[in-house]
Design a protein around this ligand. Structure first.
Ligand code: FAD
Ligand code: NAI
Length: 468
């Protein structure tokens, strides 16, 4: 038998593969076990990357169809070639997953294809799809097995007519109509893709509003904007049952708070009501790794489970189910295992919704500050007053900065607008350094730039925005 590994990571998603690279950089002998047949996990294969590829393509289609003319750019009839669009998406995914294989080789990480099962705190069994199980010895194990689609009782996913995000990323033709169950991030991103490509989209959301947990002004703006784009919303509504026929799906939906049920028909139904931790086949019961009542693995602040030597990171431990959160945890746990002091600052993790306009949120919402009894100041600046936004004809939305009323420390930043997902990064750095609204306000921002809206919102915290 060969020498034991220092670390075996089960799961090759953003948490697992980044943790593997960091551990290898620190001189550890590392193996990463992945059963999907490709590295990159949910994010690269069926999540962040294919969805952003389709969001970009469908955005181009929408721009060419409806926006170019205002710039004096004339086109003939614009049509969708879905096969090419999907082919491009697949190529982006393939190139990026292959890129991780290259990084593994470069860092001398053993990439082991197969299903990993934890046999004990120092051994992992790996069963390839068509091969013999092997047992690998190790000093430490990191569980990074991620998450899977949460099912909707009464609406069984067949990935053809009733689809999860995975099916919605690979439809063979543009549906005439789509019902999206769940007005969260997946529902709005993929609902936007298919609406842009020609489907009529209706979002059914159980709660009072879409994007639960986000700043109320963001939610209000996005509801208005998406409605204007043509997405219909049925809020406070639940799905009672779904019947699939040859020509589509008939959903029975009813008001959450009581009332008459109604039938809604659609070619395709997208179920996007959240994701659940994925621990199937891992053998956690055998080794006694503790989970909470929702199935998330419980860890301490060093990502250590209750079993010494077994760590867990990423979606499978809960919190924000975001690729960059999983990556930060991957780096931190590798550093901790190598004897360093890795940590993750959960107060400065941005969240981005890649609709158009984009939504980016960071830190506390105004509602949370009220609830906490924190005295705060608000600065807001609309993109309609930003010269670059006018030049690019993308002036919907605003930047909102929330700062501590006493110290001026930035507590939260919320953006709806063009490139919000990139603009938020300035605020993330400021929050990481414990900076103030004044720090942003006194920093020179290039003109004409969208980031000037962030500066102006920070100036507005002190009631001294220049262009408003
Ligand atoms: P995963 O990426 O889920 O990876 C876990 C891996 O473990 C999988 O490849 C799985 O095959 C493997 N595995 C599981 N069990 C075993 C086993 N027993 N043996 C071997 N291998 C195993 N997040 C963002 O930050 N930005 C986005 O834009 C974004 N878009 C998304 C869009 C969609 C449609 C979806 C579904 C998700 C999106 N996410 C996004 C969320 C993001 O994909 C996840 O937060 C992220 O992938 C979690 O990383 P992870 O490493 O914890 O797990
Ligand atoms: P989500 O938690 O964002 O949204 C689910 C929505 O469904 C919520 O609004 C919820 O109230 C609603 N809901 C729950 N049960 C329902 C029911 N029975 N009927 C109607 N509505 C119901 O989850 P989503 O959109 O599935 O995404 C899963 C995860 O993937 C998220 O945690 C998100 O962080 C991540 N993701 C991140 C993206 C990004 O960062 N851009 C993009 C896509 C996904």
């Amino acid at each position: 038998m060969s020498d034991p590994y220092d670390v075996i990571i089960v799961g090759g998603g953003p948490g697992g593969y980044v943790g593997a690279i960091r551990a290898a950089q620190l001189g550890l002998k590392v193996a990463c076990v992945e059963k999907r047949g490709a590295l990159g996990g949910t994010c690269l294969n069926v999540g962040c990357i294919p969805s952003k590829a389709l969001l970009q393509s469908s955005h181009h289609y929408e721009s060419a169809s409806h926006e170019f003319a205002a710039h004096g750019v004339k086109t003939g009839k614009v049509t969708v070639d879905l096969k090419t669009m999907m082919g491009r998406k697949e190529k982006v995914v393939e190139d990026l997953t292959k890129g991780i294989e290259f990084l593994f080789k470069k860092n001398k990480i053993d990439y082991i294809v197969g299903e990993g099962t934890i046999i004990s705190a120092d051994s992992v069994g790996v069963t390839p799809e068509d091969g013999k199980k092997q047992i690998l010895k190790t000093e430490s194990i990191i569980i990074a097995t991620g998450s899977d689609v949460a099912p909707l009782p009464g609406a069984d996913i067949d990935e053809k007519k009733i689809v999860s995000s995975t099916g919605a990323l690979a439809l063979k033709k543009v549906p005439r109509s789509m019902v999206v169950v769940g007005g969260g991030v997946i529902g709005l991103e993929l609902g936007s893709v298919w609406r842009r490509l020609g489907a009529t989209v209706t979002v059914v959301e159980f709660l009072d509003n879409i994007l639960p947990g986000m700043d109320a002004e963001v939610v209000k703006q996005m509801t208005r904007t998406l409605k204007k784009q043509g997405i219909k919303f049925k809020l406070k509504t639940k799905v009672a049952s779904a019947k699939t026929a040859k020509d589509g799906v008939t959903l029975s939906v009813e008001p959450r708070d009581g009332g008459n049920a109604e039938e809604v028909k659609a070619d395709v139904v997208l179920v996007a009501i959240g994701r659940r931790p994925y621990t199937d086949g891992l053998g956690l019961d055998t080794v006694g790794v503790a989970m909470d009542d929702r199935g998330f693995i419980t860890v301490d602040h060093d990502f250590q489970t209750n079993v010494p030597g077994i760590y867990a990171i990423g979606d499978v431990i809960g919190g924000a189910m975001l690729a960059h959160k999983a990556e930060e945890e991957g780096v931190a746990v590798a550093e901790l295992i190598a004897g360093q002091s890795g940590h993750v600052n959960y107060d400065a993790i941005p969240g981005v919704v890649y609709t158009w306009p984009e939504v980016a949120t960071l830190g506390k919402t105004e509602e949370q500050l009220k609830e906490d009894g924190t005295a705060y100041t608000v600065g807001k600046f609309p993109f309609s007053a930003n010269s670059r936004a006018r030049c690019i004809a993308d002036s919907e939305g605003f930047v909102k900065v929330l700062a501590d009323a006493g110290t001026d420390k930035v507590l939260g930043v919320h953006i709806v607008g063009p490139a919000a997902g990139d603009l938020i990064q300035e605020a993330v750095s400021v929050m990481e350094f414990g900076g103030s609204a004044e720090d942003i306000a006194r920093t020179c921002h290039a003109h004409p730039g969208l980031s000037e809206a962030v500066k102006e919102a920070a100036l507005a915290v002190g009631a001294r925005a220049i262009h408003m």
